[in-house]
Design a protein around this ligand. Structure first.
Ligand SMILES: Cc1cc2nc3c(=O)[nH]c(=O)nc-3n(C[C@H](O)[C@H](O)[C@H](O)COP(=O)(O)OP(=O)(O)OC[C@H]3O[C@@H](n4cnc5c(N)ncnc54)[C@H](O)[C@@H]3O)c2cc1C
Length: 296
């Protein structure tokens, strides 16, 4: 079998953004299989099609003449793959294309969070500080040998309608909602406006009846996001990838069903950690049960 694992990225218009590939070869009686973690267009027979790797940037001579420029920037020609694995996170494009709009699967947890880096203006020494009021909260801790602070701020809210591409609007929203926390938060928020690692999103989970359709399957946050509130998203991603790879190695036929049968109880128990005790950590027994809900 030749197992080609390629990672593709594409904008929602289909224009490729990134490409990095690796090819693994080993002898096997199974038919040829190709795995993709990809943005993909749905094919009527369930096969995914993805853009080709972006062409090299045109050389200076070509660029001057303008040759191929349109092609480099425009949508790439679709390609066919035997299997498609969507590992593209909470807002998965693969899921949208293969299963439908995110709203059908998202379970909003009533909270938004922002994370960014600030200089350690508080002089914290291997220390963390957490505070909250009725509607907002913050957690600040040191990183990189106390040189930096990781600032986490969050606020309670139902689903908000905002532009995920408009960082200025998101920063404004965060500043409005958490400034009332007091303490040093207003001072730390000044760093938010310049932080290059600013992150903002809803606390949300993904709940689906099935993670696979035809030859497309979903992995980790794309299919069963547990939210940062579970503290288990990375474990779900790593274990999910391991189980999926193991089942594919056992045989392509039925691999997605076996992957889901093994992973689903583990995923659901870990998702429950985020919801069983809203606003507070889950019970120790629940954490223990969730962590041991799968054998590898
Ligand atoms: C603030 C925060 C704190 C967290 N804390 C913890 C914790 O303490 N413990 C824990 O276990 N987990 C934690 N998590 C959760 C954990 O980070 C995720 O569950 C995990 O990263 C999921 O991995 P993933 O590969 O499914 O998705 P992601 O890590 O989101 O990776 C998806 C990738 O796909 C890429 N992508 C998406 N769309 C496209 C596209 N169209 N083209 C190209 N690329 C695309 C993205 O850029 C990204 O690199 C936290 C998450 C957040 C946000």
């Amino acid at each position: 079998m030749s197992l080609a694992i390629r990672w593709y990225g594409a904008s929602s218009t289909g224009a490729p953004l990134i490409y990095a590939g690796a090819r693994l070869r080993r002898r096997c009686r199974r038919p040829r299989a190709r795995l993709l973690a990809a943005a993909t267009r749905r094919h009527p027979d369930g096969r995914g099609t993805v853009p080709r790797a972006p062409p090299r940037r045109p050389g200076r001579r070509r660029a001057r003449r303008g040759a191929h420029r349109g092609r480099a920037d425009g949508p790439a020609r679709p390609r066919r793959f035997d299997l498609v694995v969507g590992a593209d996170g909470l807002h998965s494009n693969v899921r949208r294309l293969a299963f439908g709009e995110e709203a059908r699967f998202v379970r909003h947890l009533g909270m938004y969070v922002a994370v960014f880096t600030a200089d350690n203006v508080l002089g914290l020494d291997n220390w963390q500080v957490w505070l909250r009021n009725d509607t907002a909260g913050a957690g600040v801790y040191t990183a990189r040998d106390n040189a930096e602070l990781r600032v986490n701020v969050g606020f309670m809210s139902g689903p908000l309608d905002y532009d995920r591409g408009d960082l200025h609007a998101q920063r404004t929203l965060v500043a409005d909602r958490v400034a009332g926390l007091g303490w040093e938060i207003p001072r730390l928020l000044t760093a938010m406006w310049h932080a290059t690692d600013f992150y903002f999103d809803a606390m949300a989970q993904i709940a689906m009846d099935t993670w696979s359709r035809g030859r497309v399957t979903l992995l980790a946050d794309a299919g069963y996001c547990a939210s940062p509130m579970s503290g288990q998203g990375t474990s779900l991603a790593l274990v999910g990838a391991y189980v999926l790879a193991e089942e594919l190695a056992r045989g392509i036929e039925g691999a997605f069903a076996r992957y889901e049968a093994r992973m689903r109880p583990f995923a659901e128990l870990n998702q429950a950690l985020a919801t069983e005790n809203p606003g507070f950590p889950a019970a120790e027994e629940s954490i223990e049960r969730a962590e041991h809900a799968i054998r590898l």
